[in-house]
Design a protein around this ligand. Sequence first.
Ligand code: AMP
Ligand code: ZN
Ligand code: ZN
Length: 413
Amino acid sequence: MWNRLRLRPLLIAVMVCLPILYSCGSDKSPDSEAPKLLLVSIDGFHPDYVDQYETPHIDRLAETGVLADYMIPVFPTKTFPNHYTIVTGLYPENSGLIANNMYDAEMDAYYSLGNREAVRNAQWYEGGPIWVTAEKQGIKTAPMFWPGSEAPIGGDFSTHFHTYDEDLPYSARVDSVVYWMTMPSELSPDFMTLYFSKVDTYGHWYGPDSDSTAAAVREVDEQIGYLISELDRIGQKGNLNIMIVSDHGMAEVYDERVILLDQIIDLERVDVVDWNPVAMIQSKDGEIDEIYQMLKADEKNFTVYKKEDLPERFRLKNHHRVPEIILIADLGYSITTSDRFKQSSISGGAHGYDNRYSEMQSFFLATGPSFKKNFQIEGFQNIHLYELMTHLLDLEPAPNDGRLDSLFHILKE
Ligand code: AMP
Ligand code: ZN
Ligand code: ZN
C-alpha cells in the first residue's frame, strides 16, 4: 500500500513538482489515483424500504453499483454504536460505544446523545475512526455530521466538520459536500460524510409501515437525487465513490406489548443507564444477585443476562462500561415504567433489539469508479466497512475487527 506525501522527503517533492508544474500546495500525491469517498448514512433505513417505498434515485444508483440484500448491524442495534462501528471496524466491546446512553465508572461520567459535552469528549471513543486514520496519513477529511466527529479523537479534528444540528436543511448538507468538492485541491477533503435522521425519526413516531415514513424516505431519496445532479453540474461524478448505508432497521412496537420494569424490581435500588429495548442495569446496593433473580423469575417477553453470561456473538461483554445486568426485550416489546406508560403511548417503531432479527437489518449500496456495476450481494456485517474504506482511500488501516476479503469481490478488478 502506498502512503502519500507524508513520508516523501521534501527534496523529492520539489524535484517532482518543478518540472511538471504540479500543484505543490496539495497533500495529495501526484500519482495517487484514489477517487474521493463519500459515506452517506440514512438513519434507520431498512433494506426493504427500496422495494416498499418510492426511491427512484437510490434505485438508479443501485443499477450503477453494488446493492447488498442487507447489512448486519452490531448489537445493540442503536445509532451511536453502529455509526461508530462503521467508521472504526470495531465491535462495541472494542470501540467503547456500547449503547446510546452509558455510564463509565472510571471516568465517573454519563454519556448520552443530547449531552454536548460528553459527545465532544474524546475519552468516550476508543480506536480510530476513518477520518483519524486518514488525517494521520495526510489525507483531508470532512464529516458532514457523524457520531464522534465533534471529538478530538487521537488528538485531532477533521480538516472540516460541523457541530451537529438536527435542523440544518438536508439540501444545505448536500451543498456543503459539493462545496468541499469544488475547493482547491490543497483544501478539498478526500473523505466526506452525509447524515440524514428523518427516516429514523418518522419510523419511531409512526412505525416502519406508515405513510409518514414513506414520505421521509421519499424526501431523503430526493436529496440523493439532488446530490447526484450537483455532482454532475460540477463535473465530479466520475471521481467519487459513494457508499450509502444505514445503521439499523426499524420494528413495529405496540401498546399491548410492554414490560413494566417497576412491577418486577424496585427501581430505587438500581440505576437504569439505558432503557429500551435493551435495559442496562446497575445495582445501587450491590445486591446484584437478588435483582437478577427477581428479573429471572419474571422472564417473560424478554431475556435477562448477567454481564458475564451475555452471548459471545454480541461482542459486547468485554467492556467495563457494560453494567452488571442486561435485559433484552423480544422484538416488538418495549421496556418502560407504569407511570411513563400511563403518560404516553408507545406505538410506532423501535430498534436496539437482537441483531439477528431481520427487522434490525441495515442498508448498503456502493457506486463509483471502484465498484462493480449492477451487482447484488448477500448480507454482510458492518464491521467490514472500515477496511473497505481504508482500501479505497489507499490508507494503512488501524487494528480493527473487520476483513477486506469479506468485501473484495464488490470491487472492480
Ligand atoms: P436513536 O435514539 O438510536 O434512534 O438515535 C437517533 C438520533 O440520534 C437522531 O434523531 C439524531 O438526532 C441523533 N444523532 C445523530 N447523529 C448525531 C450526532 N452526531 N450528534 C448528536 N445526536 C445525533
Ligand atoms: Zn439510528
Ligand atoms: Zn432511532
